[in-house]
Design a protein. Structure first.
Length: 328
């Protein structure tokens, strides 16, 4: 068993992380590269980033020792259904010196596995977007939201940014002076919190600043909302409460009210100590008071654990999970 190694990758739109570990939980190497999601970057570029991360993780490891691997990424079904994309990833795997099979799972499952070893439960992710999934026997079952910025992702970073701009525009339309959050948003978008003598000129400038950039870029305003809410700013505080309600409601769509299985929180807005994370934890605790609440951890290690648990040498996957993710 001590010679066997597993590899896991957590592939995102902005970064790719890889880890190699033994079945005793020893981390032998890690690697990081740029965004490797084929939906965002195309299969060839994505595969190149995966290869870079793999080579770094395996720098001091004989690839022949690797018995299994898992790649976790958003849009996994699209990759699996695309022969050219799968061929590009197969090529990266082979070029890294690996000859073992690998599995491809959605990033929601990997995030869930980074928070608990329990086979059944729920994962709620809120970052740029937002998605909830029910996990059954460590497989994604029912999914709620994750519909993208145009149709859903309620409570996400994009949603917070868009709603902050909407509140600002409403203030300007009605002739009210923007509050602290509105002033911060206005400064971020147009470079100054000053309102023109004719407020409609500021409205037009704000709209132009937003529409000149990709819509999803509104997510960059989410930290302004979080910071303002931390300081008790009323508009930001109300937005955080509304976002938390949206996120909890998405869980309610797919999770039975009497469920006692774990709920794992993932994504940048929920794993950090933010007002939104606090509000979501309170909502989950109110609706499922007996459910254990967990926080997502290292996605690459979780992907490696998913690969390891199916090997015959691993007789106690939960014990290996505890080694990789010790209780705080």
């Amino acid at each position: 068993m001590s010679d066997t190694v597993v590899v896991g990758l957590d592939v995102g739109g902005t970064s790719t992380r890889a880890t190699a570990l033994t079945l005793a939980g020893e981390r032998l190497g890690t690697g990081k590269a740029g965004g490797g999601n084929p939906t965002s970057h195309g299969a060839e570029r994505a595969a190149a980033e995966v290869l870079t991360a793999l080579r770094a993780a395996l720098a001091d490891v004989d690839p022949a020792r690797v018995a299994a691997g898992t790649i976790g990424l958003a849009g996994a079904p699209r990759l699996l259904a695309d022969p050219a994309g799968r061929a590009a990833f197969d090529g990266a795997w082979h070029d890294a010196g690996l000859r073992c099979p690998y599995a491809v799972h959605g990033d929601a499952l990997v995030a869930y596995a980074s928070g608990t070893a329990e086979p059944d439960g729920t994962i709620l992710i809120a970052g740029t977007g937002a998605i909830t999934a029910q996990v059954v026997d460590l497989r994604l079952d029912r999914v709620a939201d994750g519909h993208g910025w145009l149709l859903g992702d309620a409570g996400s970073g994009f949603w917070l940014g868009r709603e902050a701009v909407r509140r600002l525009l409403a203030d300007l339309d009605t002739g009210h002076t923007p509050g602290r959050l509105g002033a911060a948003v206005l400064t971020e978008l147009v470079g100054s919190a000053d309102v023109a003598p004719r407020p409609r000129d500021t409205v037009d400038a704000t709209i132009q600043a937003v529409t000149r950039r990709p819509p999803i870029d509104l997510a960059r305003l989410a930290p302004l909302v979080v910071t303002a809410a931390t300081d008790g700013e009323p508009v930001a505080t109300a937005l955080i409460a509304e976002a938390a309600a949206h996120l909890a409601e998405s869980v309610t769509r797919i999770r039975p009210p009497e469920s006692t299985t774990p709920v794992v929180l993932g994504g940048g807005l929920l794993i950090a100590d933010t007002p939104l994370a606090t509000a979501v934890r309170a909502e989950i605790g109110r609706r499922w008071p007996t459910a254990p609440l967990r926080i997502a951890g290292d996605g690459a290690a979780a992907a490696a654990w998913l690969a390891a648990r199916d090997l015959p040498e691993v007789t106690d996957p939960a014990a290996l999970h505890t080694l990789l993710f010790p209780a705080p």
